[in-house]
Design a protein around this ligand. Sequence first.
Ligand SMILES: Nc1ncnc2c1ncn2[C@@H]1O[C@H](COP(=O)(O)OP(=O)(O)OP(=O)(O)O)[C@@H](O)[C@H]1O
Length: 376
Amino acid sequence: MAEITLNSLAHSYGEKSDGQKEYAIREMTHVWGQGGAFALLGPSGCGKSTLLNIISGLLEPSEGEVLFDGKRVNELKPEERNIAQVFQFPVVYDTMSVYDNLAFPLRNIGVPEYKVRSKVHEVAEILELTDQLKRKAKGLSADQKQKVSMGRGLVRDDVSAILFDEPLTVIDPQLKWKLRRKLKQIHEQFNITMVYVTHDQLEASTFADKIAVMYNGQIVQFGTPRELFENPAHTFVGYFIGSPGMNFFDADLIQQADGTSTILFGDYQITASQAMLSQLTDMQASKVTLGIRPEFVHVWDGKSDDAFKVEVDYVEDLGTYKILSFLFNGQMMKARLSEDQKVPSGQVYVSFPEQWTKVYVNDYLVEPKQETQDAN
Ligand SMILES: Nc1ncnc2c1ncn2[C@@H]1O[C@H](COP(=O)(O)OP(=O)(O)OP(=O)(O)O)[C@@H](O)[C@H]1O
């Protein structure tokens, strides 16, 4: 097990046409704590595989350091780093039996045969491969091959970490869920640092205790699934996590003659705490982006004085819940209706609870100003 630190890490594969370096990983400092189950979540091309390959040593970063338990490993080859990596497509030796495939990483480092046997059987049991042990890998289905591939990552208990790069891509949808649970169970049993790369938020949140959301070569938030949902630190997290994602609208911060400030979206005044307004004033912000999740938009059954009157566009029935699309100051927004809620039509009243209305400046979340306590 190891704590993995990325220290001022950046990576460029080459230069743009104007001679400037193009960064697949923009400078980041990040720590994957020892023994944690982590996910690295982001869309295609954001740099996930690049980052994983830098950790495993398949790729040398152009800038910065990788540290395992505080020791620099930049110069170490992959095999010297004690990392197991499971790729998108299974890596198995077709001519060997399943048993020999699983035994391979152990025999490679000279583990005595009696220990090999017990470890192979233990891992095969967990992955439900026991009855396949004598079969040649060649005849296995893609699912089974990937299970063998995972098993090869799991047999060694001396590894510093196991890195999974979209390991369930080739797995049948019905089995995916089962294997994800299995991996979680394995993590709880062996307590090995695991980093699981995926572009699927469901996969990330069922596997990981903490998720790093990656966007455009940077980790924009590292938090529990709940933190990412309730308090997205970056507009991308709000957009990417949740189904549908967060509603965003751009508003103006207006300074008034009496020195106070207010947030206006067209003619609509958006309620914000004094601490938030004070923070925005300190930042000299004039434009803000407001974000609220569809789950937190309050849709009133009748007229309500504190709510905004908006135009219903359409209601989508998704079985157990409905999504209301409405026009607010000309902008399309969504609200999630609960099962028992009346389905509105025409005009409806909605409100945005202050607690759930997040404020962003240049895409980053703004926290309300903390009043400093007077020590006296
Ligand atoms: N060998 C390479 N040479 C040049 N550019 C590369 C190379 N590998 C990746 N890139 C570029 O680096 C960026 C990040 O790619 P990377 O594969 O790390 O992203 P990813 O998030 O893993 O995407 P995917 O899920 O599609 O694999 C992309 O713009 C990609 O085109």
